[in-house]
Design a protein around this ligand. Sequence first.
Ligand code: FES
Ligand SMILES: [Fe+2]
Length: 325
Amino acid sequence: MLIEHTALRNYWYAVTEAADLSPGPVSVTLLGEALVVWRDPEGEIVAAPDRCPHREAPLSLGLVKDGCLECVYHGWTFGGGGRCVNVPSSGEGRPVPPAAHLRPCHATERYGLVWVCVGEPAAGIPKIDADDDPAYRRINSGVDDWSTSVGRMTDNFLDISHFPYVHSGTFGIDANRLVPKIDLQQLDDDFYGYEYHVEVGNEAGAASSGIDAAIVTRRMTTGFNLPFTVRSTIHYETGLDHLILLCSTPIDDVRSYFTFVIWRNDDFSVPAEEVIAFDRAIGAEDKKMLERLPGVLPLDQTRTASVQSDKPSVEWRRRLAALLT
Ligand code: FES
Ligand SMILES: [Fe+2]
């Protein structure tokens, strides 16, 4: 099974939006581990096993007051970095046993998302240059639960040959059926993938593309950052750049969180909700398809047939398999 590979513990995953921590706490599951996440009195994010050290009550049932998380069972209270700061039954100011402190994992905030690593980070969170560029705005989409494995999601996000089939309700058109030859390349420091031109249906996406035409041409790149992050960049002839970071997080082998973040250098005139409505509709099409596929995508590539349009995914699976062994 995929999540038993301990190497996966050493990467960052987006588990919730930073906005969800007001007031918190938030309960999430990452690689099969239940975690509680909240913002401590210094404003730092704490992510720790969702288990009170006293009698194992889920801490996510508790309340955050002034950054301190109070357990619902006997009121033990956890402050900065998850340290136990109060055991009410012992009386104010009494020392607490060392075992009363939480053991947090790595947690940080980036791109409006809370990222957690339950092991020791083997790599950073992928860098999105547009995030530092004032010409771009960032739009967060919320976090959704998908009943599918992260492997199937990443495979899908790297694949364009499903566009005319799965995405016929949004942007896929018959002209996409033939996939031109794919040349894989290092796109930048963090993403490996390919560049391509694609003509897409624009009726549902006119608000997002800012173009009033039935069909538009996009210059795109799609690439991955191991283990499961995919970035697509879309460039329109008008000069509009629209970037999407697709984050797939393993809850367990067959359930995942999905969230995407958009950056675009538009004039900010189209409301964010309208911009993400189109990408949400596309995501819903992928979700519907993927939830019909069985279990985990086999890492053993001899168990599935692949053709030239699968080249990006084949390379991603090869590198993922190498990372896991
Ligand atoms: S179980 Fe949390 S304070 Fe007792
Ligand atoms: Fe898709």
